[in-house]
Design a protein around this ligand. Structure first.
Ligand code: ADP
Ligand code: GLC
Length: 478
């Protein structure tokens, strides 16, 4: 039996700010249970809902040196859907109403977390064969593992994998500060190790020191070797390319299932969507105060409102999108300029645009179920889960061909009647607008073709089965 420990800063159902949480929360239960014991460790944030926090069981605590201080490390445990989760408790670091905030403080917080992850293992008597680290917040784990903790018998043969969910976020601060926080000597802060462009870079540390590096789609694994997508680390990605692979994400097919979803107005599957999906659209139009009209082409957006998601393109042609014969439903939070953009158009075209500037798991399900199309014109997209959720709910994705969007959405070909969505290549607002208009044309004028697009989309399988096997193959390689 191979033992694997997932270390990350978020996991559903405990804490989520984006797709990372979906992956860390849903992938572990999809491994072959006879061969793999996969557990997860995350911080015990004080903002985790009390229904969940109250079910966590205190295991032990001890004190650990960090940033010239001696800090409390509590360990809690809870089994959820057959997976053991550990939680690192420390109210000095994990307070507040969200997991992230000020960058410098976040760096100290997650260096603490990374060191604590390794320190708790002998105490709780769990020795993983592999620690599977996710994103910059856990970048110090492979570093500490190879160097600091290497001397101890317990840690010597533990391997590590670093999975990059988003290369944009690297955990960067000046060398002096990071040296103080980590307690590492100058030896580590050179350009072949933790230093990048004169600063200390935690993700770089993870990538340099991990035994294998993965990212969340094949195309993104190729893209990040180029300057445009490499976020300054393309040289490093090339240097590590023999250890780098892309494994596309899946989604939790039980949680995202239009046949059993309790958040939506009417359940359906691939054989009943023609009759029942429309009931969701009517209900959502009513709920959000849009014109109740079966025929209106309804486009959904569920997204963090940041430039990564291609919102500049939308901003550029928002007026054209709105004056076309469409309804637009937006759910998201993020940068003020995008929040205000959607609020403004909601005010201007009240019966056509609905801006919901907050976070709601339930409403997101209703949008995936109700809309005709889902718009995701990302500038870059390591994988993207929203387009997979849309496909699952028979909502046709309109995407830019980048990263995981390129790997998961097959462009519609009207001559061969193939494809599962619509896509465009260049980061260009009018290319996007043309693609939206083309989709709308098929929707209004070729309803049978449109429904066949849905048929094909819903027949795709983006549950975790296939990708979990790929991770298993990687684990075996180590
Ligand atoms: P990213 O991780 O870059 O934000 P993904 O597409 O991988 O993008 O995952 C986004 C996840 O977050 C999806 O599960 C999506 O439904 C969810 N999400 C994003 N914004 C909101 C919101 N405002 N309310 C509810 N869910 C949201
Ligand atoms: C990141 C990426 C997103 C990916 C998610 C889960 O947040 O932005 O594309 O789907 O991680 O891997």
């Amino acid at each position: 039996m191979k033992k694997i420990l997932f270390a990350a800063s978020e996991a559903v159902p405990f804490i989520k700010t984006g797709g990372l949480a979906d992956v860390v929360g849903s992938l572990p239960k999809c491994f072959d249970k006879d061969e793999y014991d996969v557990r997860v460790i995350i911080p015990k944030y004080m903002c985790i809902k009390s229904e969940l926090a109250s079910q966590m069981v205190y295991k032990t605590h001890f004190y650990m040196d960090i940033a010239w201080n001696n800090q409390y490390v509590g360990v809690f445990e809870m089994e959820y859907e057959g997976v053991v989760f550990y939680f690192i408790d420390n109210e000095y670091y994990f307070n507040g109403d969200k997991p992230y905030g000020d960058t410098k403080w976040d760096i100290e917080k997650f260096v603490f977390f990374s060191k604590a992850v390794l320190s708790v293992l002998p105490v709780i008597g769990f020795k993983p064969d592999i620690i599977h680290c996710h994103d910059w917040q856990t970048g110090m784990i492979p570093v500490y593992l190879k160097e600091r903790f290497h001397e101890g018998e317990f840690f010597r043969d533990i391997k590590s994998i670093m999975t990059i969910h988003n290369l944009k976020f690297q955990g960067v601060w000046d060398v002096k500060t990071v040296k103080n926080i980590t307690g590492l000597s100058s030896y580590y802060f050179t350009p072949d190790k933790l230093e990048a462009y004169k600063d200390a870079n935690l993700l770089k540390g993870g990538i340099v020191y991990a035994d294998l590096v993965t990212t969340v789609s094949d195309t993104y694994a190729q893209e990040i070797k180029m300057p445009f997508y490499g976020e300054g680390l393309d040289g490093l990605m090339n240097a590590r390319s023999n250890c780098l692979s892309g494994i596309v994400n899946g989604i939790d097919y039980d949680l995202y299932n239009p046949l059993t979803d309790t958040c939506i107005a009417a359940n359906y599957d691939v054989s009943t969507f023609r009759k029942n999906k429309i009931k969701n659209k009517r209900a959502l139009q009513k709920e959000l105060g849009l014109e109740v009209n079966d025929k209106k082409f309804m486009i959904g957006i569920v997204s963090r409102l940041t430039s990564q998601k291609g919102l500049d393109l939308i901003e550029c042609v928002m007026e054209e999108i709105c004056t076309d014969d469409v309804q637009l439903v937006v759910l998201g939070t993020g940068e003020a300029k995008y929040e205000n953009l959607f609020r403004h158009y909601d005010w201007k075209y009240n019966d056509r645009v609905s801006a919901n500037i907050y976070y709601s798991e339930e409403l997101s399900h209703r949008i995936y179920a109700s809309c005709d199309a889902f718009l995701m014109p990302s500038l870059f997209e390591p994988c993207g889960l929203s387009q997979l959720m849309s496909l699952r709910y028979g909502t046709v994705p309109i995407v830019r061909e980048t990263g995981g969007l390129k790997d998961t959405v097959i462009p519609y070909n009207e001559y061969e009647s193939t494809g599962t969505g619509f896509s465009f290549c260049n980061y260009n607002a009018h290319e996007m607008l043309d693609t939206i208009r083309y989709a709308k044309h098929v929707y209004y004028n070729k309803k049978r073709e449109w429904n066949k697009l849905i048929d094909r989309g819903m027949a795709q399988d983006f549950s975790w089965g296939f990708s979990a096997k790929k991770y298993q193959e990687l684990y075996e390689r180590l």
